[in-house]
Design a protein around this ligand. Structure first.
Ligand SMILES: Cc1cc2nc3c(=O)[nH]c(=O)nc-3n(C[C@H](O)[C@H](O)[C@H](O)COP(=O)(O)O)c2cc1C
Length: 488
């Protein structure tokens, strides 16, 4: 008799994954002409446009409504969230998590605001100086959305409750990055309408429920440069400005949230022994002051708090910073109790679904638990999260999500196919397979499954090395196929 992991790895290799990953080998970064985006004017009803990061702008009633809708979605799905994790929570992993849970709030990896601002420039049609949307009305103009898609795209269907995390410390860049997200979503919607009326086009999605500012990452790469990541906790007024820029950049249509730590080691030397040199009360008061300042404008109402301080000195790596400073849940609980009007989620060290439930039961004022490494190491362990956290154990009425891991793999295979039609398998397959690599974590033959997956991951590169001609032929047919699809 096959045990489940053995069966699954065979199944994955033979049926699900092999069909999913067996397609093309060609380079797939294809320029997409906005000619296929109709010259229909966008459904925008802004009463005025925002021109500067600090200037106040009039928010249209449509955007107010959109904001409210997104806010409701955010609130309704925040009991469990997938933490932002660089090189993990890409659109592939988020897709996998969505197959496991309809309700989990998905955070992207952090995207640097300056990278978006830079790509925005590259994407803008030559004659359009201020808006991606200008180009959408002019058929002859074209731009390649793949650069922005790489940072902002969500995959081949709507992602559900999800949050895009931005990193930065320059109000103008965060303004521009948020404006880009707003406009790109508008373009994606036009593209979706096109796709449904013309089955040849694969739709684009960029519909995030909220934007989040990273004030918790202690990585020297991030923290050192112009007050970025956790270093921002030392300047609450700047954080207030940054979040205001994000709000105005997105034309008031998207809630803005902040992920932070309970503090930093600013002002005292952190060592394991001397941590207690600073009193709990002092630590709490500076956290409280940070939250009060950031929330004072009414723009930020949701905080995700990693219950450790960030040690910004060079001697502590990001990994140290996720395990050395002790967890102090009581500081986050106190925050949730003292600020019931804010939405506070606790993060750090919660690894299992029962742990999530326990923490929520322990402090009723907490709105959610954010889990990072737990999801990363065993996604299927959260398969019952919707039922446990939202429906008192009842099956969700309208859920169509897979019932077991084989069904997850089959559905994930469709995602893989879609991705490989759009992007270069040589470059992208490793990311696709990486996201599914822990699906059988804890099962007896999980390792065999991972090895099978690893082989599949390396296949395009191997084949390309063995026979570049095959690659060329493929590329030729791929290009023809693509041009036909785009009616070029
Ligand atoms: C590999 C990795 C990458 C991470 N990248 C980010 C990031 O991009 N942005 C961020 O705010 N936090 C990042 N974090 C921190 C997590 O979001 C989370 O705060 C931390 O892992 C603690 O939660 P956990 O104990 O549930 O893993 C990262 C963590 C890991 C392990």
């Amino acid at each position: 008799m096959y045990n489940i992991a053995y069966f699954c790895s065979l199944f994955a290799t033979i049926m699900g994954i092999s069909s999913a990953f067996s397609c093309t080998l060609s380079r797939c970064r294809r320029p997409v002409s906005t000619a296929y985006i109709s010259n229909k004017k966008l459904c925008m009803s802004s009463t005025s446009t925002t021109s500067s990061s600090s200037g106040t702008n009039t928010i249209s009633s449509d955007n107010n409504e959109l904001y409210q809708e997104r806010s409701d979605i955010l609130r309704a799905n925040s009991k469990l969230s997938l933490a932002p994790m660089m090189e993990y929570t890409d659109r592939h992993f988020r897709h996998l998590v969505r197959l496991v849970s309809d309700r989990t709030l998905l955070y992207t990896e952090m995207v640097a605001a300056n990278a978006i601002a830079h790509e925005r420039e590259a994407a803008l049609p030559p004659s359009s100086s201020s808006s991606l949307l200008d180009g959408a009305s002019a058929e002859e103009l074209s731009f390649d959305p793949s650069y922005l898609l790489r940072f902002l795209g969500q995959g081949h269907n709507a992602e559900g409750a999800s949050v895009l995390q931005l990193g930065g410390s320059d109000p103008d860049q965060l303004f521009l990055a948020s404006k880009t997200v707003y406009e790109f979503n508008q373009l994606a919607q036009i593209h979706q309408q096109q796709s449904s009326s013309n089955n040849n086009n694969a739709p684009i999605f960029c519909d995030y429920t909220a934007l989040n500012l990273n004030c918790g990452c202690p990585s020297p790469k991030v923290a050192g440069k112009g007050c970025f990541g956790a270093a921002l906790m030392q300047d609450a007024t700047l954080v207030q400005q940054l979040t205001s820029s994000m709000y105005h950049g997105s034309q008031g249509s998207i809630p803005i949230t902040v992920k932070c730590r309970i503090g930093t080691d600013e002002g005292y030397q952190f060592t394991r022994d001397q941590y207690n040199a600073r009193s709990d009360e002092e630590e709490y008061q500076s956290l409280k002051q940070f939250i009060e300042t950031v929330a004072s404008e009414g723009i930020v109402t949701d905080f995700q708090v990693h219950a450790r301080i960030a040690v910004l000195g060079k001697n502590y790596s990001p990994a140290d910073n996720r395990k050395v400073p002790p967890l102090r849940y009581y500081q986050v609980r106190r925050l949730a109790e003292e600020f019931p009007e804010l939405n506070i989620s606790l993060n750090g060290g919660v690894e299992t679904l029962s742990g999530v439930k326990r923490e929520l039961d322990e402090c009723q004022e907490l709105d959610g638990i954010m889990v990072g490494r737990g999801w990363m190491s065993n996604p299927w362990a959260f398969a019952m999260s919707d039922e446990l956290l939202y429906t008192d154990g009842q099956q969700l009425a309208d859920s169509t999500r897979p019932k077991n891991r084989i069904e997850v793999l089959q559905a994930y295979g469709q995602h893989a196919d879609y991705e490989e039609e759009r992007w270069d398998p040589v470059k992208i397959r490793r990311f696709i397979t990486k996201a599914a690599s822990q699906l059988f974590s804890g099962e007896p033959n999980a390792k065999r499954y991972r090895i099978a997956l690893d082989e599949i991951a390396g296949l395009p590169k191997k084949l390309m090395k063995e026979d570049p001609k095959l690659m060329e032929v493929n590329l030729h047919y791929q290009n023809l196929y693509w041009m036909q699809r785009q009616n070029i």
